[in-house]
Design a protein around this ligand. Structure first.
Ligand code: ADP
Ligand code: MG
Length: 349
């Protein structure tokens, strides 16, 4: 049996169902992300696990114990929020020790635990400071230490990085993941940022309008999206309509281009999904089995590590990424290009 089980969880506010038949089994020590656009119900699920919101239906068990009727402080859960929710009038050490004090832990046990936590988050010297004397990233690390100090069984994080600068965000991602692994603590991390979810998670739950559209490893979510929503929300995707010429053989046609996608398909038409990295530009030497697509450059977008091209395939527009390492100038708007594609890479949506 899984360590944390959510079954048939529902939540309505008035007549609006914001979480619908949500099911999730989490193993001990797993790092799970809830990923989805704003308003899809991520925070509501997390708040039901924490006990700040009561489910309209369904059950939540942690370590074999049904917790739905328990108060938040009876659930053995640590939580970190988006905005720095530190107590401004308490020092860092008092903030980190707060949960222990509330539990009635003797002061002689609190001090060493606080020191241990401050060391864990890399701020061993900061105990006497006040929150306003810390950077945003440091405040979130203290919030993490405060959540972890009482040794919770489950850690819940609600967009803890979204108020931080891009650089700090990336370094804290790694730090949170390292600490989580070191402690082996079962974690649910809420984010609307696909890069965060892809880089940090053991598994991702992609949520859409209160429903878990797909649950899988980052690799599965990105490479084999289960729904059109997942395909479009995670990563960049161009969808193309293809006519089916011979479904059993996977022979389809896009405009004037014949492709063999090496999968059986049905229907007069299918939707193919192409990611920008699936295509190679302007190559004279095609690999065996590669298809060639011809098009016109509509737009050149310099993104730093990659240059993103918009290519018109005759009515359909395709995004194509070039690594910015060729030293050659990118193609000019209006020029004709040929693109190479392994058709078996294409997603059928
Ligand atoms: P997310 O965290 O994915 O952005 P939320 O779980 O916060 O989404 O919200 C999901 C939906 O539920 C939204 O439409 C939101 O407006 C609604 N909602 C959340 N909390 C309440 C509440 N206390 N009362 C009424 N509606 C709410
Ligand atoms: Mg939210």
């Amino acid at each position: 049996m899984s360590f944390l089980t959510i079954s048939h969880l529902e939540k309505s506010f008035g007549a609006t169902r914001v979480v619908k038949d949500f099911n999730l089994d989490i193993e001990k020590g797993e790092f799970i992300s809830l990923l989805g656009p704003s308003g899809c119900g991520k925070t509501t699920v997390l708040r039901m696990v924490a006990g700040f919101e009561s489910p309209s239906a369904g059950s939540i068990t942690i370590d074999g114990r049904e917790v739905s009727s328990l108060k938040p402080n009876q659930r053995n859960i640590g939580m970190v929020f988006q905005a720095y929710a530190l107590f401004p009038n308490l020092t860092v050490a008092q903030n980190v020790g707060f949960g222990l004090k509330v539990q009635g832990t003797p002061a002689r046990e609190i001090a060493p635990r606080v020191a241990e936590m401050l060391k864990l988050i890399g701020l061993p010297e900061m105990g006497a400071r006040y929150p306003y004397q810390l950077s945003g990233g440091q405040q979130q690390r203290v919030a993490l230490a405060r959540a972890l100090a009482p040794k919770p069984q489950v850690l819940l994080l609600d967009e803890p990085l979204s108020a931080l600068d891009a650089k700090v965000r990336v370094s804290l991602r790694n730090e949170i993941r390292m600490i989580q692994k070191e402690l082996g603590i079962t974690t649910i991390f809420v984010t609307h940022d696909q890069e965060e979810a892809l880089s940090m998670s053991d598994r991702i739950v992609v949520m859409h309008q209160g429903i878990a559209d797909q649950i899988g490893t980052p690799f599965e979510i990105y490479n084999t999206p289960a729904t059109r929503f997942v395909a479009g929300f995670v990563g960049t995707l161009t969808t193309l309509q293809a006519q089916v010429i011979d479904g059993a053989a996977g022979h389809v046609r896009i405009g004037a281009n014949d492709l063999w996608i090496y999968r059986e398909v049905t229907g007069p038409e299918i939707t193919l999904g192409l990611r920008p990295e699936m295509l190679r530009l302007g190559v004279a030497d095609f690999d065996a089995g590669e298809a060639q697509l011809g098009g016109t450059i509509l737009d050149v977008d310099f993104l730093g590590s990659v240059i993103r091209l918009k290519v018109d395939l005759g009515g359909e527009t395709l995004a194509v990424d070039l690594f910015n390492n060729t030293r050659a100038a990118p193609p000019e708007v209006g020029s004709q290009v040929s693109l190479a594609l392994h058709p078996s890479d294409a997603l059928v949506i």
